[in-house]
Design a protein around this ligand. Structure first.
Ligand code: G6P
Length: 622
């Protein structure tokens, strides 16, 4: 999704803004732009389509755009095609979209989010003499702020507040007003934005990595708050325009954690960080060999009264929810649903009053997941967020929070955050089962032992790297792939298939193995790669039979199984073994070769692994 940066201070703004935008590239973008002011002079706007280097080249890496105050943006198109005229910054006055140079306008701004009632507002503004030169909703918000600013002759904060009351949708906005040199005004609703103040300078960004170089003390702007930023100062205001005190959050993870650290891509670095992500997440909730979720507010007393569990999430986080469903149902003997947040949010909500509603999210900002959380909260149901980003909107709004400790994840395709989500779900399943008296002590101890052994086993699963790289290069020209499994193996197939399609652009589908005969098998033809997940002993032979049916129609078979299941080799063409663990947790190991397969296939095809086309790391619009 779009990335925003802002800076006001002593240094030259353009290089700071370019460096900040490069740290936000992982969010996905198709064009970029800057507006910089030199003292009292007019803001100069420069925009470029494509990669950030195109923008950097236009302004000689910042040298050609002097000034110590500015805003910047990477755009991920929602309203209006990716183009120079739709790229931000946008202005309140008249301008042609492609023109770069000084802008006469009173308000210049950048935006992340979606304004739902923009057509109605555009018509109103057009009626009031405004002309639009782009097809973006952003231009509407900026002109609306300008309209109130002039009509009521009020200051920037009051004009922004009037705009916030009038627009529907989500936004993070950074604006500069011609009459207020050296200052930036910002506001947000449901789209993330953070601020850092250090050494007489102030930084603003959509996400922490963009400003971590300057400070670790970060202010998370609240929903419907606005901010006035001056060099070394940030003043926060509520919707009434009254100034409010804000506490900063100290970031403990290292800036280096958001760098590639010698790896060729963030994705492969993050794949290798999985043993640590899992170890740290487990260590945060397993004390003296017992799961203790009281830090999240989930004491045994709370857990024992939970009647049913509902999970909502998007993408890989939903896949982690599917795994959670199988494991909680089996260990705690509770009814569990796992739904796509985008579906859940528009349904009639039929949840028991003692239900636990869980949302899972790496970023803590996914729009549909946030909306699902709010819908459940409105019904008075206890909510738990399993979130990676500390201080994110979802983390702040849920009743209880269980943090995954994966550290910053930059690659668009998630790996380590997903793995940390899996173990968070395992520990929740164990805590629920224990609170409900469903486990013998011996079994409980055994599960804890198996959980604690996972990080080392994940490291061993990574040792398959070379074989998978070889296999990936052999199959990198495939047109289609199928991932099949039953039960937990099906849940892992979903994630494996997504890892393949999102970064290699090869069509792939995950299927519950038993469903193949109901349609999909008609697609099997000579040479098609079918990948069977075979970690659940009771279901393994059945999935192998389904794979055999594919082979009979020309498919090439790959199996992923646990050490010990050596007869799998007799049935499939290529077998990957992962260390043996309790079957409830086997997905944490089986997913590793599937992540590697996606990664190496993308590499073999020469694609942009960390920033796949059309995708965004954090989907902050519906
Ligand atoms: C995007 C990312 C996925 C992620 C999904 C949900 O599609 O590319 O990797 O699983 O959003 O994001 P969240 O931050 O809520 O986990």
């Amino acid at each position: 999704m779009c990335g925003i940066v802002g800076f006001t201070g002593r240094q030259q703004a353009a290089p700071v803004l370019l460096a900040g935008l490069s740290k936000l590239e992982y969010r996905g973008y198709d064009s970029s732009g800057l507006a910089v002011r030199d003292g009292d002079s007019l803001a100069e706007v420069v925009k470029a389509t494509g990669k950030l280097r195109n923008l950097a080249e236009k302004i000689d890496n910042g040298a050609a755009l002097p000034g110590t105050c500015g805003i910047g943006h990477t755009r991920w198109a929602t309203h209006g095609e990716p183009s120079q005229s739709n790229a931000h910054p946008h202005v309140s006055g008249n301008a042609t979209g492609s023109a770069s140079g000084p802008v006469e306008s009173d308000v210049v701004g950048v935006h992340n989010g979606i304004i739902e009632n923009y057509e109605e507002l555009r018509a109103k503004l057009t009626g009031n003499g405004y002309t639009f030169y782009s097809s973006t909703d952003t231009e509407v918000v900026i002109k609306l702020v300008d309209y109130y600013y002039k009509k009521y002759k009020i200051g920037p904060i009051d004009a922004i507040n009037r705009m916030m009351v009038r627009v529907r949708g989500s936004y993070a906005l950074a604006l500069m007003f011609k009459d207020y040199p050296g200052e930036i005004y910002a506001a947000r609703k449901d789209s993330p934005m953070v601020i850092g103040v250090a050494d007489g300078e102030t930084f603003l960004a959509s996400d922490v990595p963009a400003i971590l170089k300057y400070t670790r003390d970060i202010y998370y702007i609240d929903n419907l708050q606005s901010v006035r930023i001056l060099p070394g100062e940030a003043h926060f205001f509520d919707l009434n325009g009254d100034e409010v005190e804000m506490e900063s959050t100290h970031i403990t993870w290292d800036a280096a954690a958001a760098e590639k650290g010698g790896y060729e891509h963030f994705m492969i670095k993050e794949i290798h960080e999985q043993p640590d992500a899992v170890r740290d997440t487990l260590a945060s909730v397993i004390k003296d060999n017992r799961v203790d979720l009281s830090v999240s507010g989930l004491t045994p007393d709370v857990l024992k009264d939970i009647s049913e569990v509902h999970i909502a999430a998007c993408g890989s986080a939903w896949h982690a929810g599917m795994v959670g469903k199988y494991v909680i149902e089996d260990l705690a003997e509770l009814q569990v649903t796992a739904e796509l947040a985008s579906e859940f949010r528009y349904k009639k909500i039929l949840l028991d009053k003692d239900a636990l509603f869980i949302v899972i999210s790496q970023s803590g900002e996914t729009a549909d997941t946030l909306a699902a959380l709010r819908a459940a909260k409105e019904r008075g149901i206890r909510t738990l967020a399993v979130v990676n980003v500390v201080g994110s909107t979802i983390a702040r709004e849920a009743d209880n929070v269980l943090y995954t400790l994966a550290g910053p994840e930059i690659s668009v395709a998630t790996t380590k955050a997903y793995s940390a989500q899996l173990v968070a779900m395992y520990t929740l399943a164990l805590a629920l089962a224990d609170a409900k008296g469903k486990l013998e002590k011996n079994d409980y101890d055994y599960y804890i032992e198996e959980l604690l052994a996972l990080p080392e086993k994940i490291s061993r699963a990574l040792e398959n790297k070379e074989r998978i790289q070889w296999f990936a290069s052999k199959h990198s020209n495939s047109r289609d792939m199928f991932y099949i499994g039953r039960g937990l193996d099906y849940a892992i197939s979903l994630e494996g298939s997504l890892k393949m399609k999102e970064i290699s652009y090869i069509h792939s589908e995950a299927y519950a193995a038993g469903e193949l005969k109901h349609g999909t098998i008609s697609l099997v033809e000579k040479g098609l790669l079918v990948i069977g997940l075979l970690t659940q002993e009771g279901l393994l032979e059945k999935t192998i039979s389904n794979m055999e049916e594919c082979r009979a129609r020309g498919a090439y078979l790959m199996g992923v199984t646990s050490n010990g299941n050596y007869n799998v080799e007799d049935y499939v063409n290529f077998t990957i073994y992962v260390p043996k663990t309790d079957e409830h947790f086997a997905g944490s190991l089986a997913v590793i070769p599937l992540q590697l397969l996606g990664y190496y296939t993308s590499i073999a095809r020469g694609l942009d692994v960390d920033k796949p086309r059309n995708l965004a790391k954090s989907v902050t619009v519906e």
